[in-house]
Design a protein around this ligand. Structure first.
Ligand code: NAP
Length: 340
């Protein structure tokens, strides 16, 4: 049965997910759309030639749109209200990060979902669907490198605009490492610290760039993650897991090697949208397939959204204090423990 989607927020990613559902994936169609700017929603529908109705807001879309699921791609502060409205209406919810902008708001979603009685929500942490990270996880779980002891990660962008603030290195950028790295080693964060190396001349006056974030897990794994958002040379995601018996690392992005002008080399990506393009496809296809097979989405849960929010809060605190800051999570409810 085709899953009928309503899309809330038709900006860059909303439109991309509309294209994805309509043209690339199997088993879904976009039938309803809303954006705070109705003209943008109408334009998106027209651009893709969709047979979709435009609604004035999320609540009307949920009440009248005849949808099975919503995709939330509005801006972060609006996510909580749309997720809660989706749960209240008993619809499946695919919410782009962040699930909500505070840990408390994430918990209110967790509580609403548990009260509903089955999982409805998946958070858009697409790196878990990237084939490179999946291979790293397999190597770790098969004990191929023994126990993991350390992880070295880097998240580098060529440049960012003036509106990018120091805390966004955590809330917008590191947030993906926060999610994928604890998933990789199946461990919880316990404490975090942030230090600032020498600042690049390419960062605007108010921005600390680069930053080194250290995350310590419950079992003692130390993760050092570099965020460097004005690195100039490309969009570059690195991850190396150092174990007792060996090391595994993310593969480099596939690109032809060239020999030209007395050089031997490969081109790097400049645009982040290209790096995980397949992972975006696979995550949303999995959302559709899991629901059709099991009645629940199978990807990152509301609880994962909560973990990311608590950890990001601790990192932002550590940016200001320069000290180790604890990551204090509530006990994971049974509801989110089982793979159902
Ligand atoms: P964007 O281009 O700014 O799009 C957001 C859209 O939502 C805009 O059209 C905005 O309208 C609209 N909007 C804002 N509040 C709304 C509300 N209450 N109801 C309906 N529409 C509303 O941003 P984006 O890059 O698409 O990002 C969207 C979300 O995806 C963000 O949460 C972002 O963090 C996340 N994201 C995730 C990834 C990833 O790698 N998974 C990558 C990029 C973005 P106005 O422009 O008029 O405000």
């Amino acid at each position: 049965m085709t899953m009928k989607f309503g899309v809330i927020g038709t900006g860059a990613l909303g439109v991309d997910h509309m294209r994805r559902i309509q043209q690339t994936l199997n088993g879904g169609e976009v039938v309803a759309v809303t954006d705070i700017n109705p003209e943008a929603a109408k334009q998106a529908v027209a651009n893709w030639g969709l047979d979709a109705q435009v609604f004035p807001d999320d609540r009307t879309l949920l009440a009248e749109g005849n949808v099975d699921a919503i995709v939330i791609t509005s801006w972060g502060p609006a996510h909580k209200a749309s997720v809660l409205a989706g749960i209240e209406a008993g619809k499946y919810v695919f919410c782009e990060k962040p699930l909500a902008t505070t840990a408390e708001d994430c918990l209110s979603i967790v509580e609403a979902e548990m009260k509903h009685g089955k999982r409805l929500v998946q958070v858009g942490f697409m790196r878990r669907y990237d084939s490179g990270y999946i291979k790293l996880k397999e190597a770790i779980e098969n004990k191929w490198i023994g126990e993991p002891l350390m992880i070295r990660a880097a998240h580098r962008n060529p440049e960012v605009g003036d509106s990018y603030l120091t805390n966004m290195a955590i809330t917008d950028t590191l947030i993906h490492e926060i999610d994928v790295l604890h998933w990789l080693v199946n461990d919880d964060y316990k404490a975090v610290q942030v230090v600032y190396p020498k600042k690049t001349k390419y960062a605007s006056g108010h921005l600390q760039d680069p930053q080194i974030i250290t995350l310590k897990t419950a079992s003692g794994i130390i993760i050092t993650a570099e965020v460097f958002v004005n690195c100039q040379y490309g969009y570059d995601i690195q991850c190396e897991v150092i174990g007792e018996e060996g090391i595994v690392a993310l593969p480099e992005v596939q690109s032809v090697t060239f020999r030209k002008d007395a050089k031997l080399g490969v081109n790097l990506l400049m645009d982040w949208k290209q790096r995980f393009i397949e992972a975006y496809d696979v995550e949303l296809q999995d959302f559709i397939d899991s629901i059709q097979k099991t009645g629940e989405p199978g990807g990152p849960t509301s609880w994962d959204g909560y973990i990311a929010a608590v950890t990001a809060d601790a990192c932002v605190k550590a940016q200001a204090s320069g000290e180790w800051e604890p990551v204090t999570l509530k006990e994971k409810p049974e509801f989110y423990r089982t793979n159902r």
